[in-house]
Write a protein that binds this ligand. Structure first.
Ligand SMILES: [Cu+2]
Length: 215
């Protein structure tokens, strides 16, 4: 990799936002995988989930509630440790990959709750948090209005630089990515400032995301 020394490299663990993107197939690579991601049951937990309203409407606020309990005692857990400054990270992705949100439920009563607004479609919700040193992933579907509003994903490869809010991010990717084999991706943000200004801040939302291969 020619530009390793100047590239800002983010490990998949550094993002803290693992999960499987439904419908994407083999999409995102990983490097140095040393993190254990488990389902709630494997961590001795239950996750009770609810949306309000139960049938969310497009463009209308919907509150998503996660009640995490100790499976043995039934006790609600509201003291999840902070991981990247948040106790819980929630990624919402539409089936056609056209809508993506990364939001952070907060403790409300004995739940972790967040309110958002979504276009119509079928979504996958990945809620991730830490428990006893492991990363726990709760994954579930959510339909907003007409599920058929989001068709199949269009996955025409496009690895060119992208500019968002004045920051251009270039991606250096391996020629080939194979399921079960490590692959390293390099993201190089450039906000147009002189190089000796240092790398500058990385905009939120501009971070890499890890997925699992062969999902
Ligand atoms: Cu997050």
């Amino acid at each position: 990799m020619a530009q390793v020394d100047s590239a800002l490299w983010f490990s998949e663990r550094g993002m803290g936002h693992g999960g499987t993107l439904t419908g994407t197939g083999d999409m995102v690579g990983m490097s140095g995988m040393d993190e254990t991601v488990v389902a709630p049951a494997a961590a001795g937990l239950r996750v009770e989930w609810a949306s309000e309203p139960t049938a969310p409407a497009p463009g209308q606020p919907v509150t998503l509630r996660y009640r995490v309990t100790d499976a043995a005692s039934g006790r609600a857990i509201t003291d999840l440790p902070l991981d990247h400054e948040r106790p819980m990270h929630l990624i919402l992705v539409s089936g056609d990959l056209g809508t993506f949100q990364h939001i952070h439920p907060q403790v409300v009563g004995d739940t972790y709750s967040v309110t958002t607004t979504l276009p119509a479609g079928a979504y996958t919700l990945d809620a991730e948090f830490q428990r006893d040193g492991r990363t726990v992933l709760d994954q579930r579907p959510l339909t907003v209005g007409n599920a058929a509003a989001t068709g199949p994903a269009s996955l025409a490869p496009d690895l060119g630089p992208k500019t968002v809010e004045g920051v251009t991010v270039a991606l250096a990717a391996p020629q080939t990515v194979r399921a079960g084999q490590a692959a390293t991706f390099y993201l190089r943000p450039d906000d147009g400032r002189a190089a000796d200004d240092g790398p500058g801040p990385v905009p939120r939302g501009g971070r890499a995301r890890r997925g699992r291969l062969g999902g």
